[in-house]
Design a protein around this ligand. Structure first.
Ligand SMILES: C[S@@+](CC[C@H](N)C(=O)[O-])C[C@H]1O[C@@H](n2cnc3c(N)ncnc32)[C@H](O)[C@@H]1O
Length: 432
């Protein structure tokens, strides 16, 4: 059988790492928004729903040896790969449970500080979405955080026609799901050559991008009967029914000042909008957002401005291997490249090249003119590029676990390096 309830199961999903799902990242983002977040220094717990081959959990488990991790997925092939890596890296603080979300919800209730789900919500049948929602409603601690990644309008709307054609064509192509994708893309290419998208040049750009992607990835992405982008505010309402409030995005770009991502003449319209759902909708429209990484909390606890400043002062930032060594500083963003102010960016990068720096020390740089909001914005833009990351106090146990996981990942040909002192990983091939 190649599908279960309309979802691809005959081919393993490739290993992907998303820094936005890591507990250290999520806690930092919430703190920057002036919100309290679960402590990640000690014995917290995290569950990933639809964990695939488990890379994101394995990295977190290595970096946080005192915490407990649970991955849930109904595809045994995925979990066997995840368990083999955990065993090779001798990680004992994580468990992979083979279950669909309804089966998991029927187990004795376990409560988590974090529940994460990436690449799942927009692709599954309504009854599985309801079961996922039930798990979150039952299993998130009152002070917990829920991370939800999904496809959204208007950026993903265009892809609906391509997905529909690939899915209608697939049952008529013999072979496995990657072959069905290959033949479907070939058909779309032939249609394009015959003028199918003559009035829609952006569809040709989508086709070019799809042709460069791994077919196992595309099989999970498109060969489902339940492919459904949604409006962010509709998803927020759905989760409000489970007692959860949308607080901010884990994709820091979306939390930055709108002046970076919204055409100048629209900025005042968004700023004057007092209806939060309308403002959020305007931002998604102006940015042509195609996916969202939303953070929800059950009990939203704002910090006082004094608490927020106090917590910021002591935050430490460290460069990642991909940070630029010099030259023009250009940030890749969902709305195209943004040029960083050269004096400010070079001053920050030069200081960080000397070693990890506290927020307070960076604020002393003359180029910052003692402007904490400007510093925070610059650091978030650099974090979004994978150039730097907030640091955490890591134990010797975490360094050892990260080293064992790095060896295991390398043996599998996975180009990822885990950094225990940052609570994250970076691509080994990162460009300088
Ligand atoms: C696209 S993959 C994403 C994997 C991983 N979260 C990532 O982002 O790399 C979706 C995962 O959800 C799992 N899945 C889909 N429907 C499910 C369900 N109803 N119950 C449990 N797992 C499910 C699939 O087996 C697959 O591993």
């Amino acid at each position: 059988m190649s599908r279960v309830d309309g979802y691809t199961t005959d081919i393993a999903f490739p290993a992907f790492f998303y820094p936005e799902m890591q507990p250290t990242w999520i806690r930092s983002v919430l703190q920057w928004q002036g919100l309290q977040a679960p402590d990640v220094a000690g014995a917290f717990s995290l569950c990933e729903l639809g964990c695939g081959v488990g890379i994101n959990l394995l990295v977190a488990a290595a970096c946080h040896p005192s915490a407990q991790f649970v991955g849930v997925d109904f595809n045994l092939q995925h979990l066997e790969q995840a368990r083999a890596l955990a065993s090779a890296a001798e990680l004992h603080n994580l468990e992979f449970v083979q279950a669909d979300f309804a089966q998991f919800a029927s187990r004795p209730v376990q409560q988590f500080d974090f529940i994460n789900t990436h690449g799942v919500w927009s692709w599954i049948a309504p009854q599985h979405q309801q079961a996922l929602l039930d798990v979150v409603a039952q299993c998130l601690k009152p002070s917990g955080v829920f991370y939800l990644h999904y496809m959204c309008h208007p950026g993903s709307t265009d892809l609906q026609n391509l997905q529909h054609l690939l899915n209608v064509f697939a049952p008529h192509v013999p072979g496995d799901s990657p072959r069905k994708i290959q033949m479907g893309l070939k058909l779309l290419q032939q249609l394009a050559e015959r003028g199918m998208f003559a009035e829609q040049p952006h569809m040709l750009r989508h086709l070019e991008q799809l042709a460069r992607k791994n077919t196992a990835h595309l099989a999970h992405e498109f060969l489902t009967d339940h492919w459904q982008p949604q409006h962010g505010v509709d998803v927020h309402q759905q989760f409000a029914s489970a007692g959860l409030q949308y607080v901010c995005s884990s994709d820091v770009f979306n939390n930055l000042d709108s002046s970076l991502s919204i055409p100048a003449r629209l900025q005042s319209v968004v700023a004057q909008t007092h209806i939060p759902a309308l403002a959020e909708t305007l931002k998604d429209m102006a940015r042509h957002s195609h996916q969202r990484m939303d953070l929800f909390q059950r009990r939203v606890q704002p910090s006082s401005p004094a608490q927020q400043l106090e917590c910021l002062q002591y935050m430490v930032f460290q460069l990642l291997p991909g940070a630029p060594q010099g030259g023009a500083i250009s940030f890749t963003t969902p709305i195209g490249p943004i040029q960083g102010p050269p004096a400010l960016c070079h001053a920050l990068l030069a200081q960080l090249r000397q070693g990890p720096q506290t927020f307070a020390a960076l604020l002393e740089l003359p180029a910052l003119d003692r402007n904490p909001a400007l510093l925070l914005q610059s650091l978030q833009l650099m974090m979004m590029q994978g150039w730097l990351h907030p640091a955490q106090a890591a134990s010797q146990q975490a360094f050892n676990a990260a080293q064992r996981l790095n060896t295991a990942l390398q043996a599998q040909g996975l180009g990822l390096t885990v950094h225990a002192e940052l609570g994250t990983a970076s691509q080994r091939s990162a460009h300088h």
